[in-house]
Design a protein around this ligand. Sequence first.
Ligand SMILES: Nc1ncnc2c1ncn2[C@@H]1O[C@H](COP(=O)(O)OP(=O)(O)O)[C@@H](O)[C@H]1O
Ligand SMILES: [Mg+2]
Length: 259
Amino acid sequence: MQTEPLFVAFSTQKGGMGKTAVTVLTASYLHYVLGYRVAVLDCDFPQHSIVKERKRDEGMIIRKGYFSRMAFEMYSTGGRKAYRVKDSRAEKAIEDAQEMIAASEKAYDVIFFDLPGTLNSKGVVNTLATMDYIFTPVSADRFVLESTLQYALMLNENIISMGRGRLKHLYLFWNMIDGREKTPLYEAYENAIEELGLSIMKTGLPNSVRFRKEMSEDKNSIFRSTLFPADRNLLKGSNIDELSNEICEILRLKKDGKE
Ligand SMILES: Nc1ncnc2c1ncn2[C@@H]1O[C@H](COP(=O)(O)OP(=O)(O)O)[C@@H](O)[C@H]1O
Ligand SMILES: [Mg+2]
């Protein structure tokens, strides 16, 4: 039985690729839909955007009638309590995670770390090396791809191949895919990625406005929330369910230990 939680980060040097968005969506799916015990360490100092997002989500419950009813139903029907979101710094994230693990009565399955893209200190590199798995979002833009591959190769060569730290594997995945089909362009890129000895996930995420937090407040349905699972209708076609399931397979999360 696995007792230690797995450490997972969506990480890339490139800003705006979806690290924070995918962290929230995946954490919520694993916690509220699949029933794993999850926590999020928001290490993106000083923005701390997930900590702020949680505060906004809590504010919406108070302001909006339907949210409070939904919250009531969740908590009163044995629904799951919200996962913990804690602010931290990349340099002390592991220490904070260990403290959180020690303080919790029940064991966590997965702790997600939202890390800054800059590798400007030894502390950040050590924290990255202490992840069990890293998932790197990338888009099919030549320049984004080139710099992301450099980043992935650097981690592969300096951390994974050297056996330093906990990091077992890095997986790239496509984010913001335009169009429904995988085009020959993606196939060509995937061949190049594999030739470099890197792995790319089967599931990619489409480019879709529902990923943008700013869109969700005036709608009646929820997609991206730190407090609630995504509505089924919005989940459809988002690939967040497929991506989460593929991640669970990679992490070899136990199927029977869910609450
Ligand atoms: N698949 C997607 N489709 C559309 N917008 C997306 C997608 N993924 C992320 N975004 C949006 O792109 C912007 C940057 O994402 P964010 O998660 O903040 O990036 P990062 O944390 O890597 O800097 C956000 O507005 C986010 O909602
Ligand atoms: Mg971010």
